[in-house]
Write a protein that binds this ligand. Structure first.
Ligand code: SF4
Length: 374
């Protein structure tokens, strides 16, 4: 890691300097402050409940974790960005204290609140004044019927659109997350048109992984997913916000392939701004801490490598054998192992695990046949 490199947070899904390596530190720590939540979304990774689970980190343990995170960087080096998620982080009574403790340590914070009556204008004004760099809101359909059918609480659709507008008014950057499944994919163009009428920084298409409550929903087929990614690439060229994907890393293959087709060399592709996202995937640039302190490579890859109540997050991220394998695409199996794009993409390790039980297997959502056959 270069001591002169600077991380430039642009909210959730921050970019990194081109050429950044993730062996020493992740770019983002996703921290599930609590699994308490007033919603009961059909795809919830956290299988959130109305009340906090036993064993959630105490305030003292949570602040010790923030102290530990400062150990990821030496003098002059950028710290990881922390995304406080849930459940609903607004259900955490010490949220203000934790945000203040993070920012006092130089740690950038984003927040992923649930859209419930707790998400008031006053709280959003506090987020803005407290230096929260961005919030994420979920919008899973272009109509109340479609969105509320996923979120399972009537009125959430209108409340989400209202929250989007309040965020703009109070100066908060917003990322909107939209679930992509077999039943939501055909509605994406309508969601896009709806979002164009609001102010947001980034739209993230979250390709379902069948874990938690999401196991009841159906993922797209590889061919259907490729069509959605090509469509996203197309609309992303003129969109008034950035269009990205979550757990569909092969979106980068499409972008890189387009640059290579235009005559750019691999070196020129790696110097392109798009390359800032290259390589980020479960365990590489990302790490997840659960409400009870369990550490996993991401929120969607549930293999526990340790607990911050007993071990340093820095040590677990850097030295755990699984985490090290996830950062080395040469250890990947099948198509992802021999793919000429694997340094830039690497596939969803979480989906490989969900489908095969082995996080080093190929991403089953990607239809690409690598040129270098065994
Ligand atoms: S085969 Fe794997 S590494 Fe290659 S583009 Fe597809 S998901 Fe990415």
């Amino acid at each position: 890691m270069s001591s002169t490199a600077t991380r430039a947070p642009h909210g959730i899904g921050s970019v990194r300097p081109v050429g950044w390596a993730y062996d020493a530190a992740p770019m983002i720590v996703y921290w599930e402050l609590t699994n308490a939540c007033g919603l009961a979304c059909r795809h919830c990774r956290a299988t959130a409940m109305p009340d906090p689970a036993p064993g959630e980190l105490t305030t003292e343990q949570a602040i010790a974790l923030l102290d530990d995170i400062t150990g990821f960087a030496g003098p002059g080096e950028p710290l990881p960005h922390v995304v406080m998620t849930g459940g609903d982080p607004l259900r955490r009574p010490d949220l203000v204290q934790l945000v203040e403790a993070a920012t006092a340590r130089g740690i950038g914070v984003s927040l992923a609140p649930a859209v419930t009556p707790l998400l008031t204008r006053e709280r959003m004004e506090w987020m803005s004044s407290a230096g929260i760099q961005a919030i994420s809101l979920s919008l899973d359909g272009s109509t109340a019927e479609l969105h509320d059918g996923v979120r399972m609480v009537p009125g959430t659709f209108e409340a989400t659109l209202a929250a989007l507008d309040v965020a703009a008014e109070v100066g908060l950057s917003v990322q909107v997350n939209t679930l992509v499944t077999e039943s939501t994919a055909s509605d994406l163009p309508a969601v896009y048109e709806l979002l164009r009428r609001h102010q947001l920084m980034q739209w993230s298409l979250f390709f379902l992984i069948s874990i938690g409550r999401g196991a009841e929903l159906k993922e797209l087929s590889p061919g259907e997913a490729e069509k959605v990614l090509l469509w996203a690439q197309h609309v992303g060229r003129d969109a008034p916000f950035r269009v990205k994907t979550t757990e569909a890393m092969h979106y980068r293959r499409l972008g890189a392939a387009a640059l290579l087709r235009s005559g750019k060399s691999r070196e020129e592709v790696e110097a392109h701004p798009m390359a800032r996202a290259f390589g980020i995937r479960d365990g590489n640039g990302i790490v997840f801490v659960s409400n009870t302190g369990e550490v996993t490579p991401s929120g969607f890859l549930p293999t526990v490598v340790g607990n911050v109540k007993e071990s340093s997050l820095v040590t677990l991220y850097r030295d755990d054998d699984l985490m090290r394998s996830l950062r080395d695409p040469d250890t990947f199996l099948g198509r992802c192992g021999r793919c000429e794009y694997h340094d830039w993409c690497g596939g969803s390790r979480a989906r490989a695990y969900a489908w095969t039980g082995n996080p080093l297997e190929s991403d089953p959502l990607c239809p690409y046949q690598p040129r270098s056959e065994p």
